[in-house]
Design a protein around this ligand. Structure first.
Ligand code: AMP
Ligand code: MG
Length: 355
């Protein structure tokens, strides 16, 4: 840290008000001096440092307790600036997906020498993202340098979708936390590797696989999206082999209809203390303590926004031994990203009740 203690900066609704601009200028100055700043984005909150300054980037790994072989994404205010840090114009695929920027997507391209190895964990490629969130956009424009950032949580924990999550995890470990509203997507960016042939989806997110196929034609899906990586696997999606998104108690995903799920929980209720994440339509019918509403079956956008906050909320209940999450096996659209995060949160523990 370059400051003595973490400064919390509150951004009010009227972003262009001079007070807000002054606060964001202060945060950008901290980035330029080699400090660390947590900032809101439409996906999740990020923990940023000047991507061109290896010493500053090292502080990100330390604050999070993140393994150094897990690369970071660089954040820019405009996709046209990508050419400065990677071989964007040579990439035949970037042109086809340019309309998705700014937005919840990260493109992996061959990096230039000005991006230090610590950002990409020694890989020859770098992930580039341009957030849509207006606070993030103004902050990044003021920084005038690329900002390397992973999610602003302690390594392994669910990603932060509101300022309070960031404060809980990183207060005292970072220089500045920019506090703004809740993240509107609620899941980390879609990651597409534009260097592989055909382009490969490394992590599903707010921009769906179907949307990418419509723009790029053929898109492959990394094994890491739906299956478990062993510690010594060579990762095409680095970082995917680590424990992710996990609350304190072990998570189990449960597939089945409402009746099957209800009977399962009634039986468990005799000998276990657990928390439940369930769909909005079923909350009343399940009639249990420690139950969290993830949103409607028919509204995956809502589930995406809620899921990390629900996982974090289970940490607040004393003495629970397990978390049961009711899921469907729909993997289309945004459901692929939700399913992927829950798989990692549960360390692939699925209970299938279907007869
Ligand atoms: P986080 O923002 O915390 O989700 O971390 C960024 C994630 O982006 C990492 O865990 C990696 O999976 C992925 N990533 C970043 N840079 C690269 C890269 N150069 N190649 C492949 N994946 C990357
Ligand atoms: Mg993360």
């Amino acid at each position: 840290m370059i400051l003595e203690k973490t400064q919390l900066i509150e951004i009010t609704d009227n972003l262009s008000a001079s007070d807000n601009v002054k606060k964001l200028e202060f945060a950008a100055d901290i980035i330029n001096k080699g400090g660390t700043v947590c900032f809101p984005t439409e996906t999740v909150y990020g923990l940023g440092a000047n991507a061109l300054n290896a010493a500053a980037v090292k502080n990100i790994f330390e604050a999070k307790g993140r393994p150094q072989d897990n690369p970071l994404i660089i954040h820019l205010d405009c996709i046209d600036n990508a050419e400065k840090y990677c071989f964007a114009e040579q990439n035949q695929y970037l042109e086809k997906i340019k309309s998705l920027f700014p937005g919840p997507i990260t493109a992996i391209m061959k990096k230039r020498d000005n991006i230090p190895g610590i950002v990409t964990a020694g890989l020859p490629n770098v992930g580039v993202r341009v957030p849509l969130d207006p606070v993030a956009h103004m902050f990044l424009s003021l920084c005038k340098v690329p900002v390397a950032a992973p999610s602003a949580n302690l390594s392994g924990k669910p990603s932060p979708t509101c300022a309070q999550h960031v404060i809980n995890d990183l207060n005292g470990k970072v220089d500045v936390i920019i506090c703004s509203g809740n993240s509107s997507v609620g899941l980390e960016s879609t990651i597409i590797n534009l260097v592989s042939e055909p382009p490969m989806l490394l992590r599903p997110g707010g921009i769906t696989y179907e949307k990418l196929c419509s723009l790029l034609g053929k898109v492959s899906i990394s094994d890491a999206v739906l299956s478990e990586m062993k510690p010594d696997d060579v990762a095409s999606a680095p970082g995917m082999k680590y424990k992710h998104y996990a609350p304190k108690s072990p998570v189990f995903l449960v597939i089945g209809n409402l009746e099957e799920f209800k009977n399962f929980l009634i039986e468990k209720n005799f000998f276990e203390k657990f928390a439940v994440l369930a769909f909005a339509e079923d909350i009343q019918n399940l009639n249990l303590n420690n139950i969290f509403n993830i949103g409607s079956y028919t509204n995956p956008e809502e589930v995406a926004r809620n899921i990390f906050a629900c996982l974090r909320a289970t940490d607040e209940i004393c003495g629970i031994e397990k978390v049961y999450v009711h899921i469907t096996d729909d993997k289309t659209g945004l459901n692929l990203a939700i399913f992927n995060r829950l798989l990692k949160a549960s360390a692939y523990h699925i209970i299938d009740l279907r007869g």
